[in-house]
Design a protein around this ligand. Structure first.
Ligand SMILES: [Zn+2]
Length: 433
């Protein structure tokens, strides 16, 4: 039994005791309800009990690019950051998760070394349409497509006709298509040099707006469920509002700004890019308005050498930001400054992503759900020291920043994580709560 002066329940925040039995939430009662012989955990006065977060956008890279990031390190970092479920992206592992055999290989690679629950997105590339059923039936949570170069040759983008074919098949399967929405024709190759401005201008907001217009149009024609990944351009919010597509954004778009990126600081390079401060404030407005429903990490690591920090060349550096361990305090620090509540953060980072992936037993503190819980101290703060990160590589744009919100403890199905033995399970689409 876990007692908290503030527990974040679906009906609001207040004092509660949460009874855990066999890994599930068995009941929620008053703060001082009788324990009935159960072990008791009493949260400190400054701690809030949150549902374990669900991060539906994580690149683990194992197998194939395990030297970039692997299941053991990524899931240990997630647990330390209050994230109890991740859904792995179908690239940049080798092979990419574009068929049933690759998904089986992913599951075999993850088994026995995960500290949180892990599910898998499938990928759709040119030629996938017509053979997506296999991945769907193997338990993939949906299909990722790119509308522009993905950065790795084994995961090519689809054109508009290819997107329509993938969406039509996903609609027939009752699956979901998740889209890296930048329009290839509106992008320039990354310009060489140490200055951030030319890189930013090579990937203008209009590239996202154009691609999202295509996604909405094709989703309407095919009847598919579609989701826009890592929205950076606030200009697209008006298009998404009232459309049938959903959208997510990421901590770095909400916390960082182009004006603050120094020359050669390629740890800030990602695609789509971090834009100007004014754009960032409009992303916060789109979140507050409910147009963006999820905030997920897009944890996308690489070995530090690929970031080309010795030359600081934004053209040559790999694009991607690692943040699975820091996502919650990064977002909370910003939300708090804007007068937003922890309930909002939990909606964007727990129940919202759980809903996107169809994980009925995750992302909320409610009877019958998995006892995935976090003791979070929202007013406590810390300075990001890279050596305290469990990511395989510790390069981070947040180094030296003071963040509010300390994850004191995380439980997965009632057991503390990360623990001595990996306690995570492999999830498949439709996993019962
Ligand atoms: Zn990504």
């Amino acid at each position: 039994m876990i007692r908290a002066r503030r527990a974040l329940l679906p009906g609001g925040t207040g004092p509660a005791s949460v009874r855990v039995s066999q890994g599930k939430i068995a009941g929620i009662g008053p703060y001082d309800a009788a324990a009935g012989g159960a072990d008791e955990v009493v949260l400190a006065g400054d701690e809030v009990l949150l549902p374990g977060l669900v991060d539906t956008h994580v690149h683990v890279n194992e197998p194939g690019r395990t030297d970039w990031e692997g299941f053991a390190t990524a899931t240990r970092a997630a647990a330390a950051g209050g994230i109890t479920t991740i859904i792995d992206m179908p690239l940049n592992s080798i092979p990419p998760t574009t068929d049933g055999a690759a998904l089986r290989l992913k599951r075999e690679s993850a088994a026995g070394q995960i500290h949180v629950d892990v599910g898998f997105w499938g990928g759709a590339v040119p030629g996938s349409a017509g053979r997506m059923q296999e991945l769907h039936e193997a338990g993939a949570f949906g299909f990722k497509v790119f509308l522009a170069d993905s950065g790795v040759p084994e995961f090519p983008p689809v054109d508009r006709a290819g997107l329509a074919a993938v969406m039509a098949e996903a609609a027939a399967l009752g699956s979901l298509v998740i889209v890296h929405a930048e329009d290839a024709a509106a992008l320039q190759p990354s310009p060489a040099g140490r200055s951030y401005g030319p890189f930013l201008r090579s990937r203008p907001a209009m590239a996202e707006v154009t691609a999202i217009r295509t996604v909405i149009d094709v989703a309407e024609r095919t009847g598919a469920r579609a989701h826009v990944l890592h929205l950076s351009a606030a200009d697209a919010a008006g298009l998404i509002a009232g459309s049938r597509v959903t959208a997510e954004t990421c901590p770095h778009y909400l916390a960082l700004a182009a004006e603050e990126i120094s020359d050669g600081a390629t740890q800030f390079k990602c695609c789509p890019p971090i834009r100007e401060r004014a754009n960032r404030e409009r992303l916060w407005q789109a979140l507050a308005d409910g147009i963006i429903g999820c905030v997920v990490s897009d944890h996308s690591p690489c070995p530090p050498g690929l970031k080309q920090l010795d030359t600081g060349d934004f053209g040559a550096a790999w694009g991607g930001i690692s943040s699975v361990q820091l996502a919650l305090p990064v977002v909370w620090t910003q939300a708090r400054q804007r007068g937003l509540a922890l309930d909002d953060v939990a909606r964007w980072m727990a129940s919202g992503p759980a809903g996107l992936a169809g994980l009925a037993g995750k992302g909320r503190i409610a009877p019958g759900a998995d006892a995935d819980l976090v003791a979070f101290a929202p007013e406590d703060s810390f300075v990001v020291e890279p050596e305290r990160l469990y990511h395989r590589h510790r390069l981070t744009p947040y180094a030296g920043r003071r963040l509010h919100g300390v994850v004191r403890r995380t439980w997965l199905r009632g057991a503390p994580v990360p623990g001595p033995r990996p306690a995570g399970r492999l999830l498949t689409r439709g996993t019962a709560p």
